[in-house]
Design a protein around this ligand. Sequence first.
Ligand SMILES: Cc1cc2nc3c(=O)[nH]c(=O)nc-3n(C[C@H](O)[C@H](O)[C@H](O)COP(=O)(O)OP(=O)(O)OC[C@H]3O[C@@H](n4cnc5c(N)ncnc54)[C@H](O)[C@@H]3O)c2cc1C
Length: 512
Amino acid sequence: MPRNTASGHDFPASTAINTANQAIVVGGGFGGIAAALRLRARGYAVRLIDRCTRLGGRAQVYERDGFRYDAGPTVLTAPHLFEELFALFDKQLTDYVKLVAPDPWYAFRFPDGTTLKYGPTEAATEAEIARLSPDDVDGYRRLGEASRAIYEVAFTKLAHKPFHNPLFMLQQVPALLRLRSYDSVWKMVSRYLKDDRLRRAFSIQPLLLGGNPFDTTSIYSMINHLEREFGVWFAMGGTGALVDALHHLMQEVGIVVETDTTVERISVTNGRATGVVRADGTTETADVVVANTDPIRLYRDLLPTGSAGLIARLRNRSARLSMGLYVLYFGARRQWPEVAHHTVWFGNRHRELLADIFHRGVLAEDFSLYLHRPTATDASFAPEGCDSFYVLCPVPNLRAGVDWSVAGPRLRDRIVAALDATLLPGLRDTICAEFAKTPEDFETDYLSEAGAGFSISPYFTQSAWFRYHNRGEGVRGLYLVGAGTHPGAGVPGVISSAKVIESMVPDPAPVT
Ligand SMILES: Cc1cc2nc3c(=O)[nH]c(=O)nc-3n(C[C@H](O)[C@H](O)[C@H](O)COP(=O)(O)OP(=O)(O)OC[C@H]3O[C@@H](n4cnc5c(N)ncnc54)[C@H](O)[C@@H]3O)c2cc1C
C-alpha cells in the first residue's frame, strides 16, 4: 500500500479500494475536486459526480470555430494550494501542467483613457502609481502592510478552519475588530489612496468574487497581499489544462469520475446522509457525502423535506446572492499585441453602477468590464494571426427579472462598440466567432441559484460563521465545499474549503 507522506495517511492503491468507506462528492468544481483528492488521501473510496460534460464546474473550456476559451477563472494565485493536492500522493504539479506569470499581472483602463499596469514586481507597480499619482506611492506601501496584516489572520490562521462553532467565531471577534473587518474594502483602500482611479483598481478584488467593493468586508483586501506574496499565474493551455491535470491525478489514484450526471437527491436515513439518487433514478450509497453544489439548492431541493437544520433554513431565507455575469466569448481574425492578458476596463460610473447591479437590480446602459486575452501568453488559444477573448460584464442576477433574450444581444452590441472605440480598434469588422453566456445559462448549466456568478456575496454578515457551514446542517455525514461555504468564492477559497472538511470527516473504518 503506498504511503501518503504529505498527510501522514495511508491510502489504498486504485486496485485495492476499500469499498466499505465510500465517499461521494456531488459537483466537480475546484472545491469538489480538491475534496475528492483529500478524502482519497484519507483512505476513502471516492466517487465524484458532476452534471457537466467536463470537470471543473465554472472552469469549463469551450473549443469552437478554431478558438479555445476558458469559460470562467483565469487569474490563478497561491499555486501552492494546487501543489499540496499533488503532494498528497507524492506527485508534483509541475509534472502535469506549466504555470507562467503574465507581465503585467493586470492592466487597468480608466474612463479618462489613462492606464495602470499592476505587477509583476513591486518596483514596476510603484513606478506606475507614481506616474498616475505620485502622492499615493507611500499610501500604496501602507495598504500593502495593512492587507498583509489581514492575510496573516484571515488566510494563514482561519481560511482552512471550520467555522460552524459559534464559540470559535466569538474567539475570533477581537482580531476581526482589530483589523476593522466591519469596514468595506472600498473604505479601507480609501484610507490609504487618494486618487479615485487607484481606489477603483486596488479595491477590485471583491468584484472578482461576487461582491460589491462598497459592501464587502475589508477581509477580502487580503487578496492584494496574496497576489503580492504568491504572484498571479496562468496555466499554459488555460485553466482547463489545470483541471485536466487534476482529473489525470484523480484517475491515477482511483477516484471514480461520473460526468453528464445530475444528482437529484441526497438520501438521508435517521438524520444521516447515506448516498445519492441520480436524475435517472439510480442510486449509490456512501458513508460520507460532500456537496459542491449551490448551498441554497442543496438545502432546498436535494435533501428530503424537513431534514435541513434551522440555521441552514434561515440562511436560505436571507441569503444575498452575488451578481450575475454576462460573458461574451469571441475570436477575431487579427491581433492586438499591445493588449495585456488581463484588463479591467472601467466605465464612467462606479459606485452608482455597482448600486444598480447589486442593490437596485437594474441592467444599466453603461458597464465596467474584465477582458481576457489568453493569446497574450499562449498562442494555442487561436488560429495563427488571430486573438481569442472573453469579456465579462457584471450584471444583476436573475432576481432582477431581466429578459436576457432581448437584453443579451443589445448588451453584446454595446460592449463590442465600447471595445472597438477603446482597447480593440477594428474589432467590429474582424470579429469572426462568438457566443455568450447569461445568468440564465449559469442557472441551467451549474444549477446556480438565480444564475448568480459566485454563489452568495462575500459580505461580513455572510462570512465565517455567518456563511454556509462546511458541516451539513441537520444531516450527519454531510459536508459542504465550494463558493457558498467558508472561506468563500474564488479558486483559492474553494480549494481551502476542502482543507476545512478534511479536518472534520472521520477517519475511515479500518479495512478488515
Ligand atoms: C466567469 C468567471 C470568472 C472567474 N474568474 C476567476 C478568477 O480569475 N480567479 C478566481 O480565483 N476565481 C474566479 N472565478 C470564481 C471561481 O471560478 C469560482 O468561485 C470557483 O471556481 C467555484 O468553484 P466551486 O468549487 O464552488 O464549484 P463550481 O465551479 O460552482 O462547480 C460546481 C459543479 O457542481 C455541479 N453541480 C451542481 N449541482 C449538481 C447536482 N445536483 N448534480 C451534479 N452536479 C451538480 C455544477 O454543474 C458544477 O459543475 C470566476 C468565476 C466566473 C464564473
